[in-house]
Write a protein that binds this ligand. Structure first.
Ligand SMILES: Nc1ncnc2c1ncn2[C@@H]1O[C@H](COP(=O)(O)OP(=O)(O)OP(=O)(O)O)[C@@H](O)[C@H]1O
Length: 358
């Protein structure tokens, strides 16, 4: 799929702008011109969230009551799609696909297929467990929207159980069994999917890392106590009630999962250089693109914010070819000098200045 037109109203530093895209695009502008904001907006149309800030209110142009983003997406084999997202300060999102309002934001998942490369992807390697879980959960949810539903039920049940544990700790009576049953079931579903996707990531990141021309064996370790069997999860939840009651929270379940990345048996977060971590995070994104290409049966739109540009051109070319041979690509750069003429040949150059096309 590809995005052909993006319209931004009061989004970040854009008052009102329309951008048209070709198959290969290079967004050029000085620091702060609004290049990343364009990629963020496209990614919001895919996930209904920002990967850069928590909460869409922060994306509203300063002093304005709300923003709107509108994207038109074309497919090789299907009719085009218009996705519109409007956010008013303090109110929820309204999302429309082809003018029809969605009742839940999660209905958007899987409709727009994109992969966003950001400098902050390094956090996959050395960030907190919650950031890795979030990354994995978003990828799986986009590829398999049913996963998102199991996860939402899990998160809601966990919140209710923790609430009840706190009340019971304060002397109120309560029955944990309803929440235990829901948690045990969803925990098994979440665990199985995370395991499946981490196995895929393990295989693919190792291959992409070596294909970029770097030596070393990349491996992943899924750190979880959650079990694939709901009955066994239920037994653990029941047997850990005393401890949960003492602390007023649930200790067991996929909300405590994590995964670690190793390069030649050394933990990447502690052992690897910044450059190596950057390359490993790029390998993750390449694997993500492959997952989406396979699961969603359509090459994802590849959005690359500066990050790959530290690499030499031979590697850059290799990566671009490996990520998505048939994908639409949108790069951002501060100047075109980094790009060899042969790479620039087929690119649409989009010049930006202070949130305006020039
Ligand atoms: N909510 C907002 N309202 C108005 N302007 C905003 C808002 N959020 C961010 N900005 C502005 O957007 C600009 C940053 O845009 P962006 O991150 O897209 O820049 P960039 O071109 O990618 O820069 P760099 O090359 O440094 O990464 C800054 O000038 C910032 O002040």
């Amino acid at each position: 799929m590809k995005i052909t037109r993006l319209w931004l109203l009061n989004f970040r530093n854009y008052e009102n702008a329309t951008l048209d895209f070709a198959d290969n695009n290079l967004i050029v502008g000085t620091n702060g011109a609004g290049k990343t904001n364009v990629l963020e907006a496209i990614d919001i149309l895919a996930t209904s969230r920002s990967k850069i800030v928590n909460g869409l209110n922060k994306c509203i142009r300063y002093g304005q009551p709300g923003f709107a983003i509108n994207g038109r997406f074309d497919f090789a084999q299907r009719p085009s799609l218009t996705v519109a997202l409007r956010q008013e300060r303090g109110a929820g999102r309204v999302i429309k696909i082809n003018e029809e309002t969605l009742s839940r934001a999660s209905e958007l998942l899987g409709r727009v297929n994109s992969v966003l490369f950001l400098p902050s992807d390094l956090e996959i390697i050395h960030g907190q467990p919650v950031q890795r879980r979030k990354y994995l959960d978003i990828v799986i949810s986009q590829a398999e929207p049913e996963y998102c539903r199991a996860l939402q039920i899990y998160v809601r049940a966990l919140k209710q159980r923790n609430e009840l544990l706190k009340n019971m700790r304060n002397g109120q009576s309560g029955d944990l069994s309803v929440w235990d049953a829901q948690l045990a079931d969803c925990a098994a579903q979440v665990k199985l999917k995370r395991q499946e996707y981490l196995e895929f990531f393990a295989r693919e990141t190792a291959q992409f890392y070596n294909a970029m021309g770097f030596a070393g064996q990349l491996t992943l370790k899924y750190k979880t106590k959650t079990l694939s069997d709901k009955q066994k999860n239920l037994e653990v939840l029941q047997s850990s009630r005393a401890e949960d009651l003492r602390f007023g929270r649930t200790h067991f379940g996929p909300h405590t999962d994590d995964f670690e990345v190793y390069l030649d048996e050394n933990k990447a977060a502690e052992f690897c250089s910044q450059g190596q971590k950057r390359l490993i995070s790029i390998a993750f994104k390449c694997a993500e693109a492959k997952i989406k290409r396979q699961k969603l049966d359509d090459p994802p739109i590849v959005l690359i914010d500066d990050v790959l540009l530290e690499l030499d051109l031979v590697r850059l070319n290799k990566i671009i070819a490996a990520i998505a041979p048939r994908s639409q690509k949108i790069f951002t750069v501060t100047d075109t000098g980094r790009f060899a003429p042969e790479l620039l040949k087929d690119m649409r150059i989009i010049k930006l200045e202070n949130g305006r096309l020039v």
